[in-house]
Ligand binder design. Structure first.
Ligand code: PAF
Length: 282
């Protein structure tokens, strides 16, 4: 197992790899690994000479302390999981004080409104926390390619903006959301669902997929009314937001314009467990 707990040790290892011009791929994670991560890791292995998986539950991206404390953590299990994919994977799992100073300082970024709606609106400061840790990781690891899931599509767009706006020489690669058979997007949070709620959770995909199928034939008003009614009948689910936004700017829209791409974004709370998802509509 190639496990590094210290930034300085990892940097020595990476400097040696770089001498040979090896291409490095990075998969940033917060652990609690599942098949969604596996697909990112396998893609990185295919496209790079070395793959680094970072495992770090980043405190500055949690606006809710309870959520942070409840986040599943099991480094040994995650390392064994990665070893079962390939023993060549380099794992970077730093301690908090190896990444942040005592005050957990967060940088403030300008994401040009990409963070104004959806997750940015409901999780204040979240994307500054994400961008702070991702830029630290890019700085330490200097990967050629970095892999992020489309399940967190707003995060993916923001990281693309972070890289282009700051001339960071990393290719940010978005990877398709991996779903369970019933459509539920894979997420570390799914493990927190009871058996009953796990079944109900498939409703999140059911509704966004319905919107995708009927996007051409329904007006926005019809779609929003339909979604509200759909959740009125599911008592376990509290709808936080359902938003149709333009895929690039992430600005919510009320009507369609020719030649624009749209996505539907959703966040719900299922008896305390927060789930998000999104889907391309055209
Ligand atoms: O998507 C995640 O797991 C996290 O937001 C990330 C990108 C690893 C940053 O902590």
């Amino acid at each position: 197992m190639n496990l590094f707990r210290k930034k300085s040790d990892l940097i020595v290892k990476l400097n040696n790899l770089r001498k040979n011009n090896f291409k490095i791929g990075l998969v940033p994670t917060m652990g609690a690994l599942h098949k969604g991560h596996t697909s990112l890791v396998k893609r990185s292995i295919k496209e790079n000479d070395y793959t680094i998986v970072s495992i770090f539950v980043n405190p500055t991206q949690f606006n809710d302390k309870k959520d942070l404390n409840l986040y599943p953590k099991n480094l040994t299990k995650d390392c064994n999981y990665l070893d079962s994919i390939s023993t060549d994977i380099i794992i970077f799992a730093p301690e908090i004080n190896n990444i942040y100073n005592k005050n957990l300082s967060v940088k403030k970024f300008n994401f040009y409104d990409l963070d104004k709606f959806m997750e940015g609106r409901y999780r204040k400061g979240h994307f500054n926390g994400v961008a702070t840790i991702v830029s630290h990781l890019f700085n330490i690891i200097k990967p050629k390619n970095a892999y992020f899931g489309e399940k967190d599509f707003q995060q993916l767009r923001i990281i693309q903006e972070l890289v282009s706006g700051n001339n960071i020489p990393v290719n940010v690669i978005g990877c398709q959301t991996i779903r369970e058979k019933d459509g539920l997007a894979l997420s570390s949070r799914n493990t927190k669902l009871s058996k009953h709620n796990r079944k109900i959770a498939s409703k999140v995909y059911e509704i966004i997929n319905y919107v995708r199928i009927n996007f051409d034939s329904m007006s926005f008003l019809e779609i929003y009314t339909y979604v509200d009614k759909f959740f009125d009948n599911i008592l376990e689910i509290e709808l936080e937001y359902f938003t149709i936004a333009e895929s690039k700017s992430l600005i919510p829209v009320k009507e369609k314009t020719i030649n624009k791409q749209y996505r539907a974004f959703i966040a719900v709370k299922l008896q305390g467990v927060r789930l998000i998802d999104n889907i391309a509509l055209n």
